[in-house]
Design a protein around this ligand. Structure first.
Ligand code: ARG
Length: 459
């Protein structure tokens, strides 16, 4: 395909250089945004009498035809074009001749590409937000079903204190709600139109940037044309928000993998979200969760690609910036693919509450509550802590747990111990008494679910 700029050159571009330079293999997915942006630009040129209204309408009609033809498969994008912007303009000129050549008045590919990416990412980010909401709903459904299931809560992966499974799950709901709010915040800065910045300096034509911004659904326009064409902060912000989403999904995946193992067996993943082994007939592997965990690195990589690509660039546009697309597209697509499988995987797992409960009965996870029992009877916490430590050591030596020590054994350590201690240290009491806000009791978890549901509704 001949080049738009061929007037200045005496030799054609070397084939390998042409291939190297080309971005159409990955920017063609922005064809809708590119065509819609061009339609708005043509409408503005017509309205401001920069080109005739008749020409503007011819251009808009032809662009609409190109869009429809691509969508219904009647027009293939020519992959020998340098990029999607060149393809659309060339096709337009093919269809309406010289009138098509008027479209690029008061515009450059620099503001055009900046516009297209913002529009593309705006749509994709809104999809991610919907998928995150669905995932939060799946988590809430499981939290509802398991709000009174008792299991050990861990610190250092050592059994720490008894908690409810609903409580544990709602921790992930809170993370994903923060992710939603982060994306919405990034959208605010992203949703400003750079169109009309032109190559970098603005234009001598009497354009109306707000006109195009409004047609294209932007909240306003970027304030400095040099920044308008050089800014890719919104890509970095998104890639960073996507990295956090992946980090959350990855931590959750790690737990899902552990919980599904025979060592824990707290949950059973649905057969439709697990795989078998080619050699070991007994295996049921949590591949989806493992892949989500694995793909996290790739999304972090995309973030670093973007930051590094931008760090040494002088203003304004530099071709390095063409590298933004593969990174940010990969990042958003990976997050979408992960969420697509993650929500139903969470929604369909079943819980093995007995196994959770049995695990909670081991490991002295009610030791804090035994210390608190002594504190309520007047002992300073540090002294109580020490006594309970000695009791735990005794239990380990004698193969007992706190609940199976006799009252006579307890009395050897302190006269404060009485029969009511057994009720105080039962797992049910340990959990139901933790009614502090955000705590593990069923009552507190119900409040957390209510808050999460409200947040989903308001967003
Ligand atoms: N394909 C280019 C990109 O993605 C479009 C902008 C080209 N502008 C230029 N001055 N070469 O960045």
């Amino acid at each position: 395909m001949g080049k738009m700029w061929e007037g200045r050159f005496s030799k054609a571009l070397d084939q390998t250089a042409d291939d190297f330079n080309s971005s159409i293999s990955f920017d063609s997915k922005m064809f809708r945004q590119d065509i819609k942006g061009s339609m708005a630009h043509a409408a503005m040129l017509g309205a401001k009498e920069i080109i005739s209204l008749e020409d503007a309408n011819t251009i808009i009609g032809a662009l609409q035809g190109i869009l429809e033809d691509i969508e219904k498969g009647a027009l293939n994008i020519d992959m020998t074009c340098e990029d999607i912007h060149m393809f659309v303009e060339a096709e337009l000129t093919k269809r309406i001749g010289d009138t098509g050549k008027r479209l690029h008045t008061a515009r450059s590919r620099n503001d055009q590409v900046a516009l297209d990416i913002r529009m593309y990412l705006r749509d994709e980010t809104n999809k991610v937000i919907e998928m995150l909401k669905d995932t939060v709903e799946a988590i809430i459904e499981q939290a509802q079903k398991n709000k009174d299931a008792i299991l050990p809560g861990y610190t250092h992966l050592q059994r720490a204190q008894p908690i409810t499974f609903g409580h544990h799950l709602m921790a992930y709901a809170m993370m994903l709600l923060r992710d939603i709010s982060r994306l919405k915040d990034a959208l605010k800065r992203m949703n400003l139109s750079p169109l009309g910045s032109c190559a970098l300096a603005g234009t001598t034509y009497n354009t109306d940037r707000n006109f195009t911004a409004q047609i294209l659904g932007f909240d306003g326009i970027t304030a400095n044309s040099i920044d308008g064409v050089s800014d890719r902060d919104f890509c970095v912000e998104l890639a960073s928000a996507f990295s956090l989403i992946m980090m959350h999904l990855s931590r959750f995946s790690e737990e899902i993998i552990l919980w599904s193992s025979w060592e824990f067996k707290f949950i059973e993943l649905d057969d439709s979200f697990t795989t078998g082994s080619s050699i070991m007939p007994q295996k049921k592997n949590s591949d989806m969760a493992e892949l989500v965990r694995g793909k996290t690195g790739r999304v972090y990589g995309d973030l670093i690609t973007l930051l590094t690509m931008l760090k040494g660039l002088p203003l304004a546009y530099n071709k390095d910036m063409q590298e933004d697309k593969e990174a940010i597209f990969d990042s958003v697509e990976t997050v979408q693919k992960c969420l697509e499988v993650f929500a139903p995987m969470v929604r369909t797992f079943t819980t093995l509450k007995d196994n959770m409960y049995k695990a909670a009965q081991k490991g002295f996870i009610n030791a804090t509550d035994l210390a608190d029992y002594m504190v309520k009877k007047g002992l300073p916490f540090r002294s109580a802590y020490k006594t309970v430590g000695q009791i735990v050591a005794y239990c380990i030596e004698n193969n007992k747990v706190l609940d199976t020590m006799t009252i006579e054994e307890y009395k050897k350590y302190s006269e404060l111990f009485e029969d009511d201690l057994y009720n105080e240290i039962s797992l049910e009491t340990c959990v139901s008494k933790r009614i502090s806000e955000g705590g593990t009791s069923v009552e507190s978890v119900e409040k957390q679910i209510k808050l999460a549901l409200e947040s989903l509704k308001n967003d």
